[in-house]
Design a protein around this ligand. Structure first.
Ligand code: AP5
Length: 238
């Protein structure tokens, strides 16, 4: 999809895009493609938190055990981290949220934040985010998460079942040794799915009531999902 976009198409003002979906739905896979296509930042709260854990920051020390058991990190910690990230200049034409917001409180905070935000060359005052929910069934989610590998250097995501690297366990881009996420063990995946049902699924109703909410079938090839996501964004961006 990237190769089809002209430079002008990529430099449009997009606004806020939110990818919703259960763990393993393909949010990270799609967010990377979309961020590249529109040249906007991919803001993954999971990646930001894992970076804090790896660096051993104060936030990372608080988040580590919570993430390893599959629970959500408290809203106040996540919101402070996200506010700092959204205020950076690279978000001036928009951003794509992956794993954020994840609770109704986080969504309310984002609405409030966006009410005070003006994106570069914004054509109108339509500020509700474009929310795209990627729907995938339980068995497929389990298979995707237990098969996921990622490159610690470039962040590329693979799957041993559906998108294996050319050489076993090595990244196609930089040859780095692929890693399995610590929370991709079956017992932790089960906890993450419970947290999703209890705290994140209610967001679908929250956003459905505000318009600009779209659901797509995530059980298609990544390119087919990307094509649907791009069509929605192009039809509703700022
Ligand atoms: P986070 O990192 O956000 O994890 P998650 O939501 O559980 O989502 P995943 O990254 O597991 O899945 P994904 O949907 O991105 O799928 P992916 O594209 O990788 O959060 C981790 C933890 O951090 C949380 O548990 C929580 O503790 C904390 N946290 C994060 N944000 C928070 C917040 N806002 N508030 C509080 N706590 C927070 O794909 C999965 C696999 O499937 C890959 O192998 C991929 O190759 C494959 N795949 C993808 N698409 C397809 C396809 N179409 N067909 C076949 N295979 C596919």
């Amino acid at each position: 999809m990237d190769g089809q976009a002209t430079l002008n198409e990529r430099m449009v003002t997009v606004g806020s895009i939110i990818l919703l979906g259960a763990p393993g739905a393909g949010k990270g896979t799609q967010a990377k493609k979309i961020a590249g296509h529109y040249s906007i930042p991919h803001i993954s709260t999971g990646d930001l938190l894992r970076d804090h854990v790896a660096r051993g920051s104060e936030l990372g020390k608080k988040a580590k055990a919570i993430m390893e058991r599959g629970d959500l990190v408290p809203d106040d910690l996540v919101l402070a981290m996200v506010e700092e990230r959204l205020n950076r200049p690279d978000c001036s034409r928009g951003f794509i949220g992956d794993g954020f917001p994840r609770t109704v409180k986080q969504a309310e905070w984002l609405d409030q934040y966006l009410s005070g935000k003006v994106f570069e060359n914004q054509r109108d005052r339509k500020l509700a985010p474009i929310v795209i929910n990627i729907a995938v069934g339980y068995n497929q989610l389990m298979r995707r998460l237990t098969g996921r590998r990622s490159c610690p250097t470039c962040g590329r995501i693979y799957n041993v079942y559906s998108q294996p690297p050319s050489v076993d366990e090595l990244c196609d881009v930089d040859g780095g040794k692929l890693e399995t996420r610590r929370d991709d063990r079956e017992e932790v995946i089960a906890e993450r799915l419970k947290a999703y049902e209890a705290q994140t699924r209610p967001l679908t109703e929250y956003y459905r009531a505000r318009g600009q909410y779209f659901e797509i079938d995530g059980d298609q090839t990544p390119d087919a999902v990307s094509a649907e996501v791009t069509k929605i964004i192009d039809g509703h961006r700022l």
